[in-house]
Design a protein around this ligand. Structure first.
Ligand code: GDP
Ligand code: MG
Length: 175
């Protein structure tokens, strides 16, 4: 791990329906690993990774639900102190995109309007079975005042960029 003293520590939460790829986005970002058959069993609570933003050392502490979302019970403790969120859906399952509004309500209940949020359409490698277009994602993000990105935890595209975006935007608010 990067041992330089940090200038900032930001808590970022991953939210979104079960099986959209939250845990794999985090493992790809933090350890460059992908798990083809990951089960949403008990996982680690969070992982940290150091990023450079405009010469500052920023430690992103990214929290994973570890499967709690299956039971509709992501706890208040999970959200406490979060300054950023990645709200993830699966571009190959429209149902997960339809859930975005509910996740936003939950986020706003726990974090007011203060958490910088990136809407993330994951699994772009599944182009053949895509059910949600890039344009739809972008339009929803604009309507809700969210940043927007499409990613693939499988082929790595835009994964670092998604986390970098949330961290940079938080930095711009706090600095
Ligand atoms: P979570 O429940 O949101 O944490 O989702 P997981 O990270 O456990 O992923 C659920 C399933 O989707 C697993 O079988 C993963 O291998 C798979 N998966 C995750 N990300 C991607 C991706 O970008 N592309 C594809 N094709 N599969 C993915
Ligand atoms: Mg998971």
């Amino acid at each position: 791990m990067d041992q330089r003293p940090q200038d900032y520590l930001f808590k970022v939460v991953l939210i979104g329906d079960s099986a959209v790829g939250k845990s794999n986005l985090l493992s790809r970002f933090a350890r460059d690993q992908f798990h083809p058959n990951s089960k949403s069993t008990i996982g680690v609570e969070f992982q940290t990774k150091t990023l450079d933003v405009e010469g500052k050392v920023i430690r992103a502490q990214v929290w994973d639900t570890a499967g709690q979302e299956r039971f509709k019970a992501v706890t208040a403790a999970y959200y406490r102190g979060a300054v950023g969120a990645l709200l993830v859906y699966d571009v190959s399952r429209r149902q997960t995109f339809d859930s975005v509004g509910r996740w936003l309500e939950e986020l706003h209940t726990h974090c007011n309007m203060n958490a910088v949020t990136v809407l993330v359409g994951n699994k772009t490698d599944l182009e053949d079975t895509r059910e949600v277009s890039t344009a739809e994602g972008r339009i929803l993000a604009e309507a809700q005042g969210l940043f927007f990105m499409e990613t693939s935890a499988l082929d790595s595209s835009n994964v670092t960029a998604a986390f970098q975006t949330v961290v940079e935007e938080i930095y711009h608010i706090v600095s």
